[in-house]
Design a protein around this ligand. Structure first.
Ligand SMILES: NC(=O)c1ccc[n+]([C@@H]2O[C@H](COP(=O)([O-])OP(=O)(O)OC[C@H]3O[C@@H](n4cnc5c(N)ncnc54)[C@H](OP(=O)(O)O)[C@@H]3O)[C@@H](O)[C@H]2O)c1
Length: 348
């Protein structure tokens, strides 16, 4: 089975694609990545031999042209719907093996709730790949109800093809080049020399992180053992939001007061991206059985993203990825005026 050869990564200049390209290039693969904007190909990937191929994901002819004479490994980072999957099938049939990036958002708990439901899901424990999923659907995949349902539909199209397709289900992905770098919520505070970090529900929320670099290992492992399977992709540890905030403060050598807010405290304060009501943890035993050894735990692997964010904020590469001050996602999590009011008026 191939441990090197030619790899084609569809949507390969983004967070997962660039991590996979780096890993595969270092292992001796020839790597071509598709996208629409050649300037998004990182310099180090190009320097290591990674090649950019312009191909719109929605255009079957451009996709086939990008495949050229075939590939030993095909990775699709931007397969969101059954139609996307159907457009990939002609390439899948010509590839030695395929990896499709899905999401843990497909999983439902006993009550049918998933990670994008209005009611927070409550899983019994670490989620295995056999956990029930949402029913396949084809409503708008950019909506909270449509995202997971369309991913399930896309998974099914690929798995039903009978070809060796590995479906990976990552959780909250972190790494250099993230379009929504969640850790910004703590990095930004450090850069602004804030005296305190505010954490809703005492920072107890656990929503399993996934280093893009760890997903890249799993892609390489799956390529070496082509097969039809579904595998979770997450870090070896699942730190709480409080632990994540401490990891980042420690990495940036910053000390702050931890304001741990009880459930029911001011709803406008302490918001953060890992605020799951009940822990969301992926069981990683299927990956381990496949031969996956992660490159590192959360604290080790997040260092790249933290360093990149600091450098970008100081004018280095990637400044265009940094959230604007009025960003709808991060803005409410960085409401310094409200925090200052709280600090000034709390009982001594
Ligand atoms: N982020 C998370 O926390 C998370 C969690 C679970 C699962 N996932 C899954 O992970 C995948 C996202 O991977 P990622 O974070 O690497 O994405 P990303 O950083 O947004 O990168 C997307 C890549 O696809 C290219 N692209 C986008 N639209 C395209 C189009 N129409 N035609 C051709 N290329 C296109 C982009 O380049 P151009 O824009 O220049 O074309 C870029 O190379 C998705 O399948 C998502 O469902 C993400």
């Amino acid at each position: 089975m191939p441990s090197s050869g030619r790899a084609l990564i569809v949507g390969g200049t983004g967070l997962i694609g660039r991590a996979a390209a780096r890993r595969l290039l270092a292992a001796g693969w020839r790597v071509d990545v598709t996208g629409r904007d050649p300037t998004r190909l990182p310099g180090d990937v190009a320097a290591a031999g990674g090649r950019f191929v312009a191909a719109d994901r929605g255009d079957p002819r451009q996709l086939l042209a990008a495949l050229g004479d075939g590939a030993d490994l095909l990775v699709d980072c931007i397969c969101y719907t059954a139609a996307d999957a159907a457009r990939l099938l002609p390439l899948v049939r010509e590839a030695g093996s395929t990896v499709m990036i899905s999401s843990k958002a497909v999983y439902v708990d006993a009550a049918g709730n998933h990670s994008n439901s209005d009611t927070a899901p409550h899983f019994d424990g670490p989620i295995r790949e056999t956990q029930p999923t949402m029913a396949p659907g084809d409503t708008d995949y950019t909506t909270r109800e449509g995202y997971g349902a369309n991913k399930v539909a896309a998974e099914q199209v690929l798995l039903d093809s009978g070809e060796p397709v590995t479906v990976l289900r990552p959780s909250k992905i972190h790494g250099e080049g993230a379009t929504r770098p969640r850790e910004w919520v703590f990095v930004k505070r450090v850069l602004d020399r804030r005296p305190a970090v505010f954490l809703a529900r005492r920072g107890a929320g656990v929503d399993h992180p996934t280093a893009a670099a760890n997903t890249a290992v799993l892609i390489e492992v799956a390529a070496a053992r082509p097969g039809r399977r579904i595998v979770n992709s997450a870090d070896p540890d699942a730190p709480s939001a409080l632990e994540i905030s401490r990891t980042i403060a420690r990495q940036l050598d910053h000390a702050w007061e931890e304001v741990l807010l009880d459930d029911g405290a001011d709803e406008g304060l302490g918001g953060h991206p890992w605020d799951a009501r009940h822990p969301i943890v992926l069981d990683m035993s299927a990956a381990a059985e496949l031969g996956y050894t992660p490159v590192g735990d959360y604290a080790t692997t997040v260092a790249d993203e933290v360093e990149w964010l600091v450098s970008a904020a100081r004018g280095g590469d990637g400044a265009e990825f940094l959230p604007a001050p009025d960003d709808a996602f991060f803005g409410p999590m960085l409401d310094y005026a409200a925090e200052d009011r709280y600090l000034a008026t709390r009982p001594g």
